[in-house]
Design a protein around this ligand. Structure first.
Ligand code: PAN
Ligand code: ZN
Length: 193
């Protein structure tokens, strides 16, 4: 495999979105069980043995040291839990000064970017779009299309991921299908911090 101390390149595209890659992290519904609005539906699905794949992340080799960069490709599958589109867990970076860039490769979706006061910016992710995620914001991607959403993420290797802070409050917005279209709505379960 490639060594992050040496130059290398990977090819975009294909099933894994990027190849070769170093690590693969898979997320099924059971990994996101308290994140969707309809917790009862999630419970019922899981008890019936329905545990769909929600997203996979393929990472390039990384050094985890200050000054280096991590590159990851996320494949967010298409689907809904009730009326809510599949999404990533979402996180702040542990190192609050770190920002990130997403590059859309396939499909169509939205990214929710929420600051510490609960203000949410929402923008499209799709091919030919680069999204800048500023420091100290939580970010979650949502697949609003009927095919997979694929995007590349580039961020400082020492960012770290803080999933707990945003899990405590939830995102202030949700993305649900209404009359066949994605709509960004206030999250009735949002808890201000
Ligand atoms: C991305 C995300 C990836 C999966 O690489 O980690 O899309 O989302 P969660 O980490 O919220 O499960 C990124 O933002 N890295 O910092
Ligand atoms: Zn991030």
């Amino acid at each position: 495999m490639n060594d992050a101390n040496k130059a290398f390149s990977s090819r975009l595209g294909g099933i894994t979105g990027i190849f070769p890659y170093e690590a693969e992290i898979k997320h099924k519904l059971s990994d996101l069980s308290n994140h969707f609005q309809d917790e009862r539906l999630v419970k019922d699905m899981l008890s019936r043995g329905e545990n769909p794949k929600i997203y996979d992340v393929y990472e390039l080799p990384q050094l985890a040291t200050e000054g280096s960069l991590n590159v990851g490709c996320t494949i967010l599958h298409s689907g809904k839990i009730g009326s809510e589109y599949y999404f990533t867990k979402g996180h702040f970076h542990q190192k609050q000064s770190t920002s990130e860039v997403y590059v859309g490769l396939e499909g169509e979706g939205l990214i929710l970017i929420q600051d510490r006061k609960g203000e949410v910016a929402c923008m499209e992710i799709k091919p030919h779009i680069v999204v800048y995620i500023p420091p100290n914001t939580a970010h979650r991607s949502v697949n609003t299309g009927d095919s997979r959403l694929v995007f590349l993420a580039v961020y400082p290797s020492d960012s770290g991921h803080d999933y707990e802070s945003i899990k405590r409050t939830g995102f202030a917005k949700i993305v649900a299908e209404r009359d066949g279209k994605p709509v960004v709505e206030a999250n009735p379960k949002y808890r201000e911090s």
